[in-house]
Design a protein. Structure first.
Length: 68
């Protein structure tokens, strides 16, 4: 996806709301396409304190920890 459909992925990244609600919705809903999978991977990598595997939201759900 990144190497062949870069513009689409950039568009998806630019259009996603970076909120706790989005994080929770994506965690509950599995990606259905490779395009969604690429977006989820990027989103969780950038918003989770331990990367893309079973991490939590940077700053916690209340956004009040020292990791924000």
């Amino acid at each position: 996806m990144l190497f062949f459909h870069t513009e689409q992925l950039i568009e998806d990244i630019n259009n996603i709301d970076v909120t706790v609600e989005t994080w929770e919705r994506l965690r509950r809903t599995p990606p259905l396409t490779i395009r969604q999978e690429a977006l989820y991977c990027f989103f969780f990598n950038r918003t989770c304190y331990s990367g893309i595997l079973h991490g939590g939201i940077i700053g916690g759900k209340t956004q009040s920890s020292k990791y924000y």
